[in-house]
Design a protein around this ligand. Structure first.
Ligand code: PLP
Length: 490
């Protein structure tokens, strides 16, 4: 494809994309294809001869679109949203155009330096404590996902725990003895989370090769982890000869957007400073742009790391998981390995940041561009208004649900534009039937979940295109389905 051909093809693609967004509500949010549909439409072998772009372009609509779930549709209220915006897309386009896997500063100084600047901006926007900014010992790095951020921190936590334990022992060890002793220490390590923490912590522990234990939390506390529950777990594990070394606390769990009790957990951390505490704020963290949520931040100075996905709720296209650490040395001590081919005078002199040492992969995308474009296009005030808009829609939904207390119960306090509800009568069986009616209707996409013992329906009003009309639509569908289920029973 020549630059002239690219110009025409890209211009058409932009038209197709804007048409897609302008008319997205004409498409059912969920596809109706059967598994394996695409293989039947495509040749089994790659084309021998070059194909025209026009032919390729036409296949987007005829072959790909039927198999798409439209996450950007306002009828998508499932899981958590995956934000998209035109400035975010422009960042992606430029990133693809430049294609620089800038693992070291020298690989493209602008990639590293923009990331440092915008991550400091994000930290300030979210009112994170100063210790997470790059001017001190801390700093931020853009990861691909909240799961990747957790496993990265877990590996750093594991190695920090091993090093600190070795340092407490005065015995002089040979390199081989040190390695054996380190392996012995690692074999006792336990990562912790609650039963409601996202499964990425369990997966992280599997990858890091340590044990994992989950702590029970109570419905009466809206499933938020309390300091005394954590302390009891730590003491029990230690009495068994095991060593808790990592804990994920949540600002917004996946099921119900529960927020763990940071104040009492911070008290426990004082007695167990070697346990790395990571704040998983994958979805809800960006709500910290609003002053009314910033009271949570004061406790974060007691914790080691914080991560939020701008790609979930803050208008930035996938992927932009913003990880902040208090001490960047914790990451680089665990992850920095410098063979001769990666050495250069700037890195050797310690003058620059090499983000390859803050992450698992070597190469990295130019993700800071889209973050920069989004923040500049909206400004902090615009981003606050964006979150506020969704919170207001959620208030509307909650008041509508409250007006039909004969049909529905909200089972945990609505939070961060998420409502979790069940039907009133024969809750589990009927809620499941209501969910199935909604799911089969394909007019909106919701998710169901098990919250404690309860089968529940989650409604999220944080999609970039969410609107009052959409909120009234989903409520109407829920009422219709619930009434049908109750009538069928009568
Ligand atoms: N943490 C929470 C609270 C989540 O809700 C999710 C996903 O929805 C994750 C972590 C994992 O996110 P990612 O897909 O970025 O790994």
């Amino acid at each position: 494809m020549t630059s002239g051909q690219f110009n025409s093809a890209a211009t058409e693609a932009i038209q197709d994309i804007t048409n897609y967004y302008d008319n997205i509500t004409d498409r059912p949010v969920l596809p109706s294809v059967a598994p394996g549909y695409l293989a039947k439409l495509l040749p089994t072998s790659p084309p021998t001869e070059a194909e025209s772009w026009d032919k390729i372009r036409a296949d987007m609509e005829s072959k790909i679109m039927p198999g798409m779930t439209h996450w950007q549709s306002p009828d998508f209220m499932a899981f958590f949203p995956a934000s998209s915006s035109y400035p975010g897309m422009m960042g992606e386009l430029w990133s693809a155009a430049l294609t620089v896997p800038a693992f070291n500063w020298l690989c493209s100084p602008a990639v590293t330096e923009l990331e440092t600047v915008v991550m400091d901006w994000v930290a300030q926007m979210l009112a994170l404590p100063e210790c997470f900014l790059s001017k001190g010992k801390g700093g931020g790095v853009i990861q691909g996902s909240a799961s990747e951020a957790i496993v990265t921190c877990m590996v750093a936590a594991r190695e920090r725990f091993v090093t600190r334990t070795l340092m407490k022992d005065d015995t002089v060890l040979t390199e081989e003895q040190k390695e054996d002793r380190s392996a012995e220490i690692r074999s006792k390590l336990v990562a912790l989370a609650t039963k409601h923490t996202h499964s990425s912590t369990h997966k992280g522990a599997n990858i890091a090769g340590t044990r994992f234990r989950s702590i029970d939390t109570q419905l009466s506390n809206a499933f938020a982890l309390q300091g005394h529950e954590l302390r009891a777990t730590i003491e029990k594990l230690k009495s068994q000869g095991l060593e808790p070394y990592f804990l994920t606390v949540s600002l917004g769990t996946t099921n119900t957007c529960a927020v763990d009790d940071f104040a009492t957990i911070a008290e426990v951390k004082k007695d167990y400073p070697d346990i790395w505490i990571h704040v998983d704020a994958a979805y809800a963290g960006v709500a910290l742009v609003l002053p009314e949520y910033q009271h949570y931040c004061k406790h974060f100075a007691s914790f080691d790391s914080f991560d939020t996905n701008m790609h979930k709720w803050l208008l930035t296209n996938f992927d932009a998981s913003c990880l902040f650490v208090q001490n960047r040395r914790d990451l680089t001590d665990a992850l920095s390995i410098t063979p001769a081919y990666l050495r250069n005078e700037f890195s050797d002199q310690g003058l620059v940041t090499d983000y390859r040492d803050w992450q698992i992969p070597l190469g990295r995308r130019f993700r800071a561009l889209k973050v920069w474009f989004v923040i500049r296009t909206w400004g902090v005030e615009g981003l606050k208004a964006h979150i506020q808009h969704h919170l207001k829609l959620s208030d509307l939904f909650n008041s509508l649900v409250g007006s039909r207390s004969d049909l529905f119960t909200i089972i945990t306090p609505p939070a961060f534009a998420l409502t979790v509800l069940t039907t009133l009568e024969k809750a589990n069986a009927n809620t499941k039937k209501v969910y199935e009616i909604i799911d089969q209707g394909k007019k909106v996409f919701l998710t169901s979940s098990l919250v404690g013992e309860a089968y529940a329906i989650r409604v999220v009003s944080a999609n970039p295109l969410a609107s009052e009309e959409g909120i009234r639509k989903v409520f109407g569908l829920l009422v219709e389905a619930a009434e049908q289920v109750l009538e069928d029973k009568a």
